[in-house]
Design a protein around this ligand. Structure first.
Ligand code: UDP
Length: 235
């Protein structure tokens, strides 16, 4: 497979074409942004960690029947993915309260919900990713009824599988953000699953093991990405 031209560059990743129209190469960058791009920085080794962690988790999920855009790992910082049409909706699943939810509803951090909360956000930087419900997604013709149901159902299943896995490495999966894409009539899990897109707290200590260390200047940012990579894939 040959790498073609750069198709798209986002805040944390670059997509390249390949000589196969069905496949792209996804490269993970060390660049980090937070608060709608206001805070910018570099986390050395983040590209390696997020590529390694995402590849591992996509494979883990595949074993439990979750179909994703992941094809194979290509290098330390690159993976081959299916050329999906991204549905512009961020699906957030919350197991424990933190982040924007606490601000919006005025509740304290660390409340474990009796069942996961599923939220949808419209993926639009200029609009600051507004929260939306399933009627908005259908009404605005962003996705069809079956696609919406599929995203919700898959997101909850993914959360369950990942909760089980993270529990086994003494980490609580606090919340996570998923994206889905269309490929040959199917809805596939896409994007990445990493400390950039999930929140992880160490069991017992509640030490934060994710991008919140960068967002809130908690220190040990690079060390934490490396630590999560080691915890997840093993030494
Ligand atoms: N998240 C993400 N990309 C976004 C917004 C959120 O990956 O553009 C993830 C974030 O890492 C967390 C979850 O989605 O795991 C919920 O984030 P929240 O709404 O609390 O956002 P924040 O506190 O970052 O504003």
């Amino acid at each position: 497979m040959e790498k073609g031209k750069r198709l798209y560059e986002g805040k944390a990743k670059i997509l390249f074409e390949t000589n196969d129209p069905d496949l792209l190469i996804q490269r993970f960058k060390d660049d980090a942004t937070a608060f709608d791009g206001i805070k910018k920085g570099t986390i050395i080794g983040k590209g390696i960690a997020n590529n390694t962690i995402s590849a591992y988790l996509f494979e883990l999920l595949a074993k439990d029947g979750i179909k994703s855009h992941f094809e194979k790992k290509l290098s330390d910082i690159e993976m081959v993915i299916k050329n999906v049409e991204i549905i512009p909706v961020e699906v957030v699943i919350r197991n424990v309260s933190t982040g924007s939810l606490c601000k919006r509803y005025g509740i304290k951090e660390g409340i474990a919900f009796k069942k996961p909360i599923v939220e949808f956000y419209y993926k639009d930087d200029a609009l600051h990713d507004p929260l939306m419900n399933e009627d908005h997604i259908f009404g605005l013709e962003i996705a069809g009824t079956e696609e919406i149901a599929e995203m919700r159902q898959q997101a909850l299943k993914i959360n369950e599988i990942l909760q089980r896995f993270f529990n086994s490495i003494d980490v609580t999966l606090i919340d996570l953000k998923l994206e889905f894409g269309r490929f040959k009539g199917k809805v596939l899990l896409a994007d990445e699953i990493s400390p950039d897109t999930c929140r992880f707290w160490e069991k017992g200590t509640n030490r934060k093991l994710d991008k919140d260390r960068f967002r809130h200047d908690l220190g040990d940012v690079e060390k934490t990405y490396k630590e999560m990579m080691k915890r997840i894939v093993g030494d």
